[in-house]
Ligand binder design. Structure first.
Ligand code: GLU
Length: 421
């Protein structure tokens, strides 16, 4: 039978990165097996308007390149079908009415078990499972009733979900059995934890896709990183693009131990992907990121600065701080200019009529001036850097001067000289 899996998010706010990792495992498994990945919105518990959350979920999945098969479906659309099954279960003596609600009669003896792809055999004593409400007194089916029914109706072959659902699984198994349908295979993947071992939350850092996007991570780097939260093809390979991930992903190799979200590793991986882009592609990504984050900066100039920053930043969001001096005025800290007066004067003189005004020519002219003043390069160039970039850390000085152009460079040097007194 062809593999069919699903992501079944509850539309409550922003998409948590742990849920995305679980969705990714579903998606990788489906694509690896040539099967289907469905998107199903579990909104029985949500009475409020969910359109915005649904849009957000889809937008996040699209950004990461996780495409789903067929239209997305809503649990609420199947309430009537759920109520019909509940009535049948009552008629069969497998469920009963209780203060207006319908409850399922769980077995009291023995245990309910399954062979979990990730965790092996799991057995839960039936005496610990209470009679479950299937339909509330207001007529709404519960998640634990609707979800397994939908798995059956949708022909889901593998339920791959977070380990926090393990306690729901014996309930859902008993419901499916009571309807006479076949059980899917279950795989409960580990939670995503922060460095302290606690479930990843705001306290640890960014947790929603929207935040990672805003912080300037590349979707392909995030995807690669997420795939390694609880899975590894071997002990070594770290960098894998989508195709390689799809080719190598094995559900049976997912580890049951908690996966730790290492922000430093993500930054490192993102830097690797960022440096692996062509300068044109990096420019393109920067323009998009800047546009999404409210910067109205000249796209052509952004593209021209891309090669200068590529080795220096590890996230797109570092660009405004690092390269903002190309797009607006600077306010150097006067104390950083201290003692720079003679070199600033010499620079103004050297650049005034320099031809051609390119990085190599600028470099040799400024090195010549430093020599004349008996200054070491570092000492000599620091005040120039501060004067034109406003910072002690910047892209390559000579390339930056070339790109800024003579006029802007000279006016900043003059302003710095005035400020330094
Ligand atoms: N709606 C559940 C969640 O967001 C998913 C349940 C499932 O995958 O069966 O955690």
């Amino acid at each position: 039978m062809a593999v069919r899996v699903r992501m079944a998010p509850s539309p409550t706010g922003l998409l948590h990165i742990g849920n995305v990792r679980t969705a990714l495992f579903n998606w990788l498994y489906a694509r690896h097996e040539g099967g289907e990945f469905r998107l199903r919105i579990e909104n029985t518990d949500t009475s409020r308007e969910v359109a915005e959350a649904v849009d957000h979920i889809q937008e996040s999945l699209r950004w990461l390149g996780l495409d789903w098969d067929g239209p997305h479906t809503f649990q609420l659309d199947r309430m009537d079908d759920c109520r019909r099954v509940a009535a049948q279960l009552v008629a069969d003596g497998k469920a009963y009415e209780d203060e207006g609600a319908i409850r399922f009669r769980m077995p009291d003896e023995g245990s309910t078990g399954w062979d979990d792809v990730v965790r092996g055999r799991v057995e839960i004593p039936n005496e610990t499972i209470e009679d479950l409400v299937l339909v509330r007194s207001d007529g709404r089916p519960t998640y634990n009733f609707a979800s397994p029914l939908e798995d059956v109706w949708d022909g889901i072959t593998h339920v791959i979900r977070g380990e926090d659902h393990i306690s729901n699984t014996p309930k859902q198994i008993n419901i499916i059995r009571a309807t006479g349908a076949e059980l899917p295979i279950y795989a409960h993947v580990p939670n995503v934890a922060g460095a302290d071992g606690k479930k990843l939350s705001k306290r640890h850092g960014a947790v929603t896709v929207a935040e990672f996007r805003r912080d300037g991570y590349l979707p392909e780097a995030l995807l690669n990183f997420l795939a390694l939260l609880g899975w590894a093809p071997d002990g070594e390979t770290t960098i894998m693009d989508r195709d390689e991930l799809v080719r190598r992903f094995e559900l049976a190799r997912v580890s049951p131990s908690p996966a730790q979200f290492d922000y430093a590793k993500l930054d490192w991986l993102n830097g690797m992907y960022l440096r692996g882009l062509s300068p044109q592609e990096l420019g393109h990504r920067l323009v998009i990121w800047l546009g999404e984050n409210g910067y109205d900066w000249d796209a052509e100039l952004v593209a021209r600065t891309a090669p200068l920053v590529q080795e220096k930043i590890s996230r797109l969001a570092e660009f405004p701080d690092f390269a903002g001096f190309f797009f607006g005025d600077v306010e150097p800290d006067v104390t950083d200019l201290d003692g720079g007066g003679p070199m600033l004067a010499a620079t103004e003189e050297a650049l005034g009529s320099l031809e051609p005004f390119d990085a190599a020519t600028i470099e040799s002219a400024l090195r010549g001036k430093a020599d004349e003043l008996g200054l070491k390069a570092r000492q000599a160039f620091q005040p120039i850097r501060v004067a034109i970039t406003g910072s002690k850390v910047s892209p390559g000085l000579f390339e930056s001067i070339e790109l800024l152009g003579r006029e802007t460079t000279l006016s900043r040097i003059r302003a710095a000289r005035d400020a330094a007194g």
